[in-house]
Design a protein around this ligand. Structure first.
Ligand SMILES: Cc1cc2nc3c(=O)[nH]c(=O)nc-3n(C[C@H](O)[C@H](O)[C@H](O)COP(=O)(O)OP(=O)(O)OC[C@H]3O[C@@H](n4cnc5c(N)ncnc54)[C@H](O)[C@@H]3O)c2cc1C
Length: 482
């Protein structure tokens, strides 16, 4: 029988699983408030999904258009989410995002600037005013760099290439986590009074996705198995613009910043088709003609926004319809054209990653020719049901933040609202966990039989003679989801 005492063991007040924006921000908060904190991630620090974020972080700073404020941001978020959002989360998010962005700047983040030296903000789908603070099209990289630099001085334990397998319970309360080191395959036990799941989403359940291998829904599974409620799992987001060619890069994201900065969508007969797909509820604020959309782009505040900046669900459906009705591009997408709209130098300055991505992966020069794009699975709105203020799940001591948690975005997330979500709710989950630990009476006990069962569950598959190959199951799942 396995001797649990021989498993390498660490002990913390709080264990944060996941080192993306949500996990780092949560760990910073727990540590700053005096708790012993551990942060584990299944790949290297800095390799989380957050680093891939391109377009920007949404916050009603009002730097580019003074009419913006948190109430308009709240309204846009609720409307984008079809009013199925957890309204209190949407309120907290809209109110607190500007402070979190300014805090990042204090910690050393260098955002692009307006002519007056303020943090610049760009347009994105569904946002009434220019709202996305950005660093070219590499915003996530700057956010992760800043959070990591700041975190290093907080003195918490970091466990890299360490995969969490199961949340351990004492009765109904959290007592720790069992994981394993990816390099050696050896098990590792964390005793913890509270656990924060910041494990991101599950996009790898689809074949065509902008998500990396890490997005396998581990947090949802661990929460569910620990008895926590999940909600809105049917709400997944297709980003309208992923690469469609060559096949090896199908699904890789083409940031919404391309449309925010003036890019337009065209079908096979070079018609700007989005004017045909304006939903009634968005009609009062969407340009009805090219002439008006062009005036808006030139800065005319009386003009309405181009239809390419409708919410992601609307644009993704429109593209799918164009393709299904035979008006798609040669490789099954549509054309995204910025070359004929924005000077080459400006494209390279504002969208450097997109320029290199297409040049290197598809041999397309986006300053001269249009891109081919189509929908790609991008984001999970659903996830662990949490209390909006503390981010605690329905299991005492188990918290969730970022893409692992549900509620904030309703049925459809607005671009840029994830990075701000990570900062706002990463922090709030940290505060929630600290409060929970302080109020906790007896220290929860890790039960050896549970650890043994978890080890058995992880190793059984290696010891069996027959049964389904998990890689085949994954393939079948991707086929089914597509
Ligand atoms: C290409 C791309 C561009 C994007 N652009 C934007 C944008 O411009 N603006 C915006 O707001 N949003 C954007 N998003 C969405 C946003 O980046 C993500 O939703 C967000 O970064 C998720 O952050 P997170 O902290 O919840 O998770 P992540 O950053 O993905 O971190 C998850 C962490 O959990 C760890 N982990 C997972 N499972 C386990 C396990 N079992 N054990 C241990 N560790 C585990 C991973 O190793 C990782 O460290 C973009 C997404 C993509 C893919």
């Amino acid at each position: 029988m396995l001797d649990v005492a021989e498993i390498q063991t660490f002990e913390h007040d709080v264990l944060v699983i996941g080192a993306g924006g949500a996990g780092l921000r949560a760990a910073i908060e727990c540590s700053a408030r005096g708790l012993s904190t551990g942060l584990m991630c299944k790949s290297l620090l800095g390799k989380a999904h957050t680093v891939m974020a391109e377009g920007g972080v949404a916050a009603a700073l009002g730097n580019v258009d003074g009419r913006d404020n948190w109430k308009v941001h709240f309204r846009d978020t609720m409307r984008g989410g079809k009013f199925l959002n957890q309204w209190r989360m949407a309120e907290l998010h809209a109110r607190e995002s500007p402070e979190r962005v300014r805090e990042l700047e204090e910690w050393g983040a260098v955002f692009d600037r307006t002519r007056d030296g303020l943090i610049s903000q760009r347009n994105f789908g569904g946002h009434r005013y220019p709202r996305l603070a950005h660093v070219g099209d590499r915003t996530g990289l700057e956010i992760i760099r800043t959070l990591q630099d700041h975190a290093i001085h907080k003195g918490f334990g970091v466990y890299m290439e360490c995969t969490a397998l199961q949340v351990l319970l004492d009765g109904s309360r959290v007592a720790g986590v069992l994981g394993y080191w990816r390099e050696s395959g050896r098990f590792v036990l964390f005793r913890a009074r509270a656990v924060i799941l910041a494990t991101g989403g599950g996009g790898r359940a689809w074949r065509i996705t902008s998500n990396s291998w890490e997005y396998s829904g581990d947090g949802y599974a661990m929460a569910y198995e620990a008895g926590a409620d999940l909600m809105d799992m049917e709400f997944t987001q297709f980003h309208p613009t992923g690469m469609v060619w060559p096949p090896s890069v199908r699904g890789i994201l083409v940031t919404e910043g391309v449309r925010g900065d003036g890019g337009i969508l065209l079908n096979s007969v070079r018609k700007r088709f989005m004017f045909d797909y304006i939903p009634e509820r968005f009609a009062p604020e969407t340009a009805a003609t090219e002439e008006e959309a062009n005036r808006w782009l030139a800065g005319d505040k009386s003009a309405r926004r181009p239809p390419e900046l409708l919410t992601r669900d609307v644009v993704a459906r429109a593209i799918t319809r164009e393709v299904n009705e035979g008006r798609g591009s040669p490789h099954g997408g549509v054309f995204l054209d910025i070359a004929s709209r924005v000077p080459a130098g400006m494209i390279k300055k504002k969208l450097p990653s997109m320029y290199h991505q297409f040049k290197e992966l598809a041999e397309v020069d986006i300053t001269r020719e249009p891109m081919e794009v189509g929908p790609t699975l991008h984001y999970f709105m659903g996830g662990v049901r949490v209390d909006p203020d503390s981010q605690m799940s329905t299991v005492p001591g188990l918290f969730a933040a970022g893409e692992a948690a549900a509620g904030m975005h309703g049925a459809n997330r607005l671009g840029g609202n994830s990075l701000s979500d990570l900062l706002v709710f990463g922090r709030l989950s940290g505060i929630g966990a600290v409060q929970y630990v302080k109020d906790l009476g007896a220290v929860p006990r890790v039960h050896e039989d549970q650890v043994r069962a978890a080890v058995r569950g992880a190793t059984d598959i290696l010891n069996r003679e027959s049964g389904t190959n998990p890689y085949v199951t994954h393939e079948q799942l991707q086929e089914l989801m597509g």
